[in-house]
Design a protein around this ligand. Structure first.
Ligand code: DAH
Length: 334
């Protein structure tokens, strides 16, 4: 009986001291294995006199059951511990997909347009979104009392919005088109040249599927000697072929813009329908006079188109407001 008590003591000690499954297994073999200490005692019971066997037998059996339970319990404990200790980084797991941003569809198309014009030897220039009356209207042959001025619904800036509001160049406004950059560029550069001007413009009007209070335009201007509408047609047809990646049918209609003469509107055929795509024309001599170019020496063509409109046609988008909605379900499709 003393032997059994001693055995129990040391077995309990070893179980609680076991720090790993291997250590625990060793201890289990030591006591409960085929040649384990308790196994040997149980086996030797049959050699004892009946009286002692009756006393010691149940004790030994009881201890066996107890130890088995303890070993099992400890084994579970160690297993969960080992499991939790597993390194957090499992390099065999598939990686998490990292979401990287991408360009807004309008930025993407603008870049495409820039690149096509750059490949045709145009330069890309930009201008201010806050303009003055002179550059936005007067210098472009849109005088104050001219009815054409009504065609642009202008956001005028208040004096408090912009300190230098009344200079010689008139009141300040948010540019209603990119055409004022024609003037700014010609004021500071001599011909010949060819430029495009991508930029944001603003209109004070109600929004609907095809109108926004701000949108983007691409202005074009080419000035040189003997530039004619034929040059314009060539350049613009090359541009659209590259932009849409296929042959396109064009239609030119006479139109009126104060800063060109003659003025035209260009349509392209899309799914058997004519779509108006840009305004253009030969630079008006009044415009050349405002920048002190000699209209007898220089000719040029100018054009203006909406970036949104091109993008909508190319990607079959039916509502301009989607571009400014910030809706990822829309943006992520590009
Ligand atoms: N500025 C015009 C607009 O906003 C578009 C335009 C028409 C630009 C004819 C031009 C042009 O350069 O020649 O409606």
């Amino acid at each position: 009986m003393i032997q059994i008590q001693e055995l129990k003591k040391s077995a309990l000690k070893e179980i609680s001291a076991a720090g790993s499954l291997e250590e625990l297994e060793k201890a289990e073999i030591k006591y409960l294995g085929r040649k384990g200490e308790l196994t040997l005692i149980l086996r030797s019971l049959k050699d004892l006199p009946v009286e002692e066997r009756k006393k010691i037998g149940p004790l030994a059996q009881q201890l066996k059951k107890e130890l088995e339970e303890l070993f099992n319990k400890k084994s579970e404990e160690l297993k969960t511990k080992t499991y939790n200790l597993k390194p957090v980084l499992d390099i065999t797991k598939p990686g998490k997909k990292i979401k990287i941003g991408h360009l807004h569809p309008l930025s993407k198309i603008e870049e495409e347009i820039r690149n096509i014009f750059l490949s045709m030897n145009f330069s890309v220039v930009e201008g201010p979104e806050i303009e003055d009356e002179y550059h936005n209207f007067d210098a472009l042959n849109i005088p104050k009392d001219h009815p054409a001025r009504d065609a642009w619904n202008t956001f005028w800036l208040k004096l408090t919005d912009y300190k230098r509001q009344t200079t010689n160049d008139g009141r300040k406004l948010l540019r209603t088109h990119t055409s004022p950059m024609q003037i700014r560029y010609m004021e500071t550069h001599n011909p010949p040249f060819q430029i495009i001007v991508p930029g944001r413009v603003f209109r004070y009007e109600a929004t609907d599927a095809s109108h926004e209070i701000n949108f983007y335009q691409i202005e074009g201007l080419m000035v040189g000697k003997d530039i004619s509408l034929a040059n314009f047609k060539f350049i613009i047809e090359e541009f659209f072929k590259k932009f849409f990646g296929r042959e396109i049918e064009f239609r030119y209609r006479p139109s009126y813009f104060p800063f060109v003469e003659p003025g035209v509107e260009v349509d392209i055929k899309f799914k058997n329908k004519w779509l108006e795509i840009m305004g253009a024309g030969m630079v008006h001599r009044k415009v050349f006079e405002s920048v002190k170019y000699n209209p007898y020496e220089w000719q040029g063509f100018a054009f203006g188109m909406s970036l949104e409109r091109l993008t909508m046609i190319k990607y079959k988008v039916d509502d301009i407001r989607l571009f400014y909605s910030g809706d990822l379900r829309f943006i992520n499709q590009f």
